[in-house]
Design a protein around this ligand. Structure first.
Ligand SMILES: [Zn+2]
Length: 240
């Protein structure tokens, strides 16, 4: 049976202060995962625990929680240690074990793996590549690094390049954000061209594109494909 990694970045809606998606899209996403027997890693911005403790603890009953920093600030030399270390501590204080980290916007600092190691992380998922078919797990300074291609792996790009993206290769790792399932009028107003692009094919269209990714896999694989979280994948593939 083929195993693949499903990941969700749980963060405020498009860099706003709000997280309507936790109320409006997350329940449907969790049901979708149940219906398709998908286990995922939720890279979580840990400041969200102040308002959404029960929702995040509910996710943890079935899925893996990891860190997506504390405030979703892009990492730099000044804030990296706080974002990496404090988010791990916050998760621990809430009784949520955390093994992995993903940097906001995939931006990391030079001493990234040193910081992860010092704060007790086992793996990282912050590195994306341009070329497709470059999913890779390697060990860097005692931390497992799961790198993957941005294009076929992200719902963000699949939405932006829809319908061309339907022919993208099937990804070994997938990532998405609950805010991608909000309709345009539920999202904060766009303040840049990039933000306008992120609103293309949002909401119902995003559901159709994501459902197709998951259901095509099932149809085309002779054996059923199994989606699991990062930690479980690393445990099953120790030799990688
Ligand atoms: Zn993010």
């Amino acid at each position: 049976m083929k195993t693949k990694i499903m990941t969700v970045d749980l963060e405020p809606d498009l860099r706003s202060k709000n997280s309507k998606s936790i109320e409006l899209a997350l329940p449907q996403l969790l049901n979708f995962f149940d219906d398709h027997t998908i286990k995922a890693t939720f890279f979580t911005v840990t400041s969200l625990l102040e308002k959404y403790e029960s929702e995040i603890k509910d996710i943890a009953k079935k899925h893996e929680i990891a860190s997506h920093s504390h405030t979703h600030a892009w990492l730099n030399e000044q804030n990296a240690e706080f974002e990496i270390g404090h988010s791990k501590k916050v998760l621990k204080d809430y009784g949520l074990p955390c093994e992995g980290f993903r940097a906001p916007k995939f931006i990391t600092t030079k001493n990234h793996f040193d910081l992860l190691k010092r704060h007790g992380y086992n793996y990282d998922s912050s590195f994306v590549t341009v070329l497709p078919s470059t999913f890779k797990v390697k060990e860097i300074e005692g931390v497992k690094s799961i790198s993957f291609p941005a294009l076929p792996s992200g719902l963000t790009y699949r939405k932006l390049l829809h319908p061309v993206s339907a022919v993208f290769p099937r990804p070994k790792l997938f990532y998405l954000h609950p805010w991608e399932f909000l309709e345009k009028n539920e999202l904060p107003p766009a303040t840049s061209v990039t933000e306008l692009l992120l609103r293309i094919n949002t909401g119902n269209s995003a559901w159709k594109i994501f459902t197709k990714v998951v259901e095509e896999e099932k149809k085309e694989e002779m054996e059923r494909c199994r989606w699991i979280g990062c930690s479980e994948f690393l445990k099953e593939n120790r030799g990688l």
